[in-house]
Design a protein around this ligand. Structure first.
Ligand code: ZN
Length: 316
């Protein structure tokens, strides 16, 4: 069931009483999914989306659904598509791990500048004969590029102001939201949200449903271990960083992908292939229907570099 949402950037899906997933629309400027959680007395938004435009709609949707403005805005990790909407939440407080704050301060401004520089040419190439992006993925990628390019300047980067080391529990009169990090898998620090009573996990980019994950800024072996621990929480339902909501079983599919990715890289190393040869590996059959296939060569490259002889220590 979908709740009518006055936004072109996402649709709202109730997943438990007082708990909603905001699922990014393919053509909107949200790109990542978000969660809206009524704790009872306070409201939390989990991830702020790609743009202040989507963030503003998210703030309005949270107010409409819960009767109050969000007090807490959680950032699952430092990537721009999860934090550039932060500035739209007037009066809200951004919360994440200390490491996420460090990465936002260190890298976010440059990431935005690089995207603004590169996206006009990439947008031109998107429908060209050499496009690496499958036709089915193009609306989403176009929304991503356009969202960044149409963001009014200057973009105010709002880093987390409340930080924690391993876990933080936000408690209201109705429920508690556990914010947990098991370290970095997809990025240097990944925070996920856990609602123990409802057995719901808001995964950030630790899980994407029906899409190749983005491994380029991560460590696939550590990521696998993080997912195994999250599986141990036995979630019934997940709100992924990208893609539709799904049963907790999807975590296993993501974990299997990462294991298969490492095996593809190990095979290439065993055959003494160069990086250029390794990234030509075919996508394993069971992931052929997944979107964002253009990620696969980059993911193989990351695993290959981490497993390669010179940087073997980096994988420990
Ligand atoms: Zn990410």
């Amino acid at each position: 069931m979908a709740v009518r949402a006055p936004s072109r950037h996402f649709r709202v899906e109730p997943i438990a009483p007082g708990v909603y997933a905001a699922i990014a629309t393919p053509t909107g400027y949200g790109l990542c999914n978000a969660g809206i959680i009524d704790l009872g007395g306070t409201t939390v938004v989990f991830d702020a989306m790609l743009t202040p435009m989507a963030g503003a709609d998210l703030a309005r949707a949270a107010e409409r659904l819960t009767g109050r403005r969000p007090t807490w805005i959680v950032n699952s990790h430092w990537h721009g598509d999860h934090i550039w909407g932060n500035s739209a939440f007037a009066g809200g407080h951004v919360v994440s791990s200390g490491r996420v704050r460090t990465e936002v301060l260190r890298r976010s401004r440059r990431q935005f500048r690089d995207c603004r520089r590169d996206f006009p040419a990439e947008l031109d190439r998107l429908d060209g004969p050499d496009s690496r992006v499958a036709v089915a993925d193009r609306p989403r990628v176009r929304g991503w590029f356009r969202g960044v390019l149409e963001t009014p300047r200057p973009l105010r980067i709002v880093p987390p102001e409340l930080t924690f080391e391993d876990a933080l529990v936000l408690t209201g009169t109705r429920r508690s939201l556990h914010l947990i990090t098991y370290g970095g898998g997809h990025s240097p620090s990944d925070v996920f949200g856990y609602l123990p009573d409802e057995r719901i996990v808001l995964t950030g980019d630790l899980v994407m449903v029906g899409l190749h994950p983005s491994v380029g800024d991560g460590w696939p072996d550590r990521w696998e271990r993080i997912l195994a621990r999250i599986e141990g929480l036995r979630p019934d339902r997940i709100v992924p960083g990208h893609g539709p909501t799904a049963s907790g079983r999807w975590i296993h599919a993501e974990r299997t992908y990462l294991g298969d990715l490492l095996n593809v890289a190990r095979g290439a190393i065993r055959r003494h292939e160069s990086l250029r040869e390794a990234v030509r590996a075919p996508i394993p059959t069971r992931y052929r229907a997944w979107g964002f296939a253009f990620m696969f060569p980059e993911n193989v490259a990351r695993a290959f570099r981490l497993l390669g002889p010179r940087t073997r220590a980096g994988l420990r």
